[in-house]
Design a protein around this ligand. Structure first.
Ligand code: KIV
Length: 270
C-alpha cells in the first residue's frame, strides 16, 4: 500500500499520482486491481450515488458504511475519506472527533477537508496533530456552493487566493492538495510552488496527479458533461441495454431457461 511519504516521493520523481473516487466494495475491488494509487470516498457520494443536488446533506454516519466497504474492497490501497459538511466547521474538537471516526470506524488512511481559509487551516492542523494525515482541497469548493453562488470554475482573477490557500495548507501540514476546477495556468503555478503533490480535477495537465468521480468517467452519470471529463466507458448505455433485455425476456418467458433451474422438470411431451 502507498503511504504518505510515497506520494511526496512520487512528486519528487515526477511520477503521476492516479486517483478515483469509490463508494462501494465492488468498485474498490476493481480500482485496486487497476493499480489506482489512492481512492477517495468523496462526499460526491451525494450526487454520484444518492441523487442529491449538493454535498451538503452528507454526514459522517452516512459516509462510514461506504468507507468501510471501500476499505474491504481495497485493503492494499491508500483510502482517503472526505470530511462532510458540518463534521469539522464548529471546532477543532469536532474535526478531530469526525476524523477519528472515519479512520477508526471506517478504516480510512487519511481524511480530506475543503478550503484554505483560517477555519479549515486550523482544523487541518488540529487533525494532523491527532496523528491523521490530511489532504487539502482548494479552488471550487462544493461544500461552499451556497456562499460562492454555484459550481463555477476558478479563473485568473482568483489565482492569488488559490496560491496562498494552497501554500497555507502545505504550511499547516497537509500531505497533498486537491485543485478543483481551476485554470490550467493556476494549477501549473501552484504545483511548481508546492513541495506536496497537487491532485487535479478540472485543473488541466500540469498537476502531480489526477482524480475523477468514478461514475462520471465510466459513463454512468446522466446530464453531467463538464469540459474536463473524459469518459473511458459507456457503462450507463450497456447497463440500460442489459436491463431492457432482461425485462423483455422475463415478459416473453425466454428467461429463465431449464438450465437456470434446480432439478429442472422435463419439457412436456409434444
Ligand atoms: O467528493 C469528491 O469526489 C471530491 C473530488 C471531486 C475531489 O472531493
Amino acid at each position: 500500500m502507498r503511504t504518505v511519504p510515497d506520494f511526496a516521493k512520487m512528486k519528487a520523481e515526477g511520477r503521476k499520482i492516479v486517483s478515483l473516487t469509490a463508494y462501494d466494495y465492488p468498485t474498490a475491488l476493481l480500482e485496486q486491481e487497476a493499480g489506482i494509487d489512492f481512492i477517495l470516498v468523496g462526499d460526491s457520494i451525494a450526487m454520484a450515488v444518492l441523487g442529491e443536488e449538493t454535498t451538503l446533506g452528507v454526514t459522517v454516519d452516512m459516509m462510514l458504511p461506504h468507507v468501510r466497504a471501500v476499505r474491504k474492497g481495497a485493503p492494499e490501497t491508500f483510502v482517503v475519506a472526505d470530511m462532510p459538511f458540518g463534521s469539522y466547521q464548529a471546532s477543532d474538537e469536532r474535526a478531530v472527533d469526525s476524523a477519528v471516526r472515519l479512520v477508526a470506524e471506517g478504516g480510512a488512511d487519511a481524511v480530506k477537508l475543503e478550503g484554505g481559509a483560517p477555519m479549515p487551516l486550523a482544523r487541518t492542523a488540529a487533525v494532523i496533530a491527532s496523528g491523521i494525515p490530511v489532504m487539502g482541497h482548494v479552488g471550487l469548493l462544493p461544500q461552499s456552493v451556497r456562499a460562492s453562488g454555484g459550481y463555477k470554475a476558478v479563473g485568473a482573477g482568483q489565482a492569488g487566493r488559490v496560491m496562498s490557500e494552497a501554500r497555507a495548507l502545505e504550511d499547516a501540514g497537509a500531505f497533498a492538495v486537491v485543485l478543483e476546477s481551476v485554470d490550467e495556468g493556476i494549477a501549473r503555478d501552484v504545483t511548481a510552488a508546492l513541495s506536496i503533490p497537487t491532485i487535479g480535477i478540472g485543473a488541466g495537465r500540469f498537476t502531480d496527479g489526477q482524480i475523477l468521480v468514478v461514475g462520471d468517467m465510466l459513463g454512468m452519470t446522466r446530464g453531467f458533461e463538464p469540459r474536463f471529463l473524459k469518459k473511458y466507458a459507456d457503462l450507463g448505455a450497456e447497463a440500460g441495454r442489459a436491463l431492457s433485455e432482461y425485462a423483455a425476456e422475463v415478459r416473453s418467458g425466454a428467461f429463465p431457461e431449464a438450465r437456470h433451474a434446480y432439478a429442472p422438470l422435463r419439457e412436456p411431451a409434444e
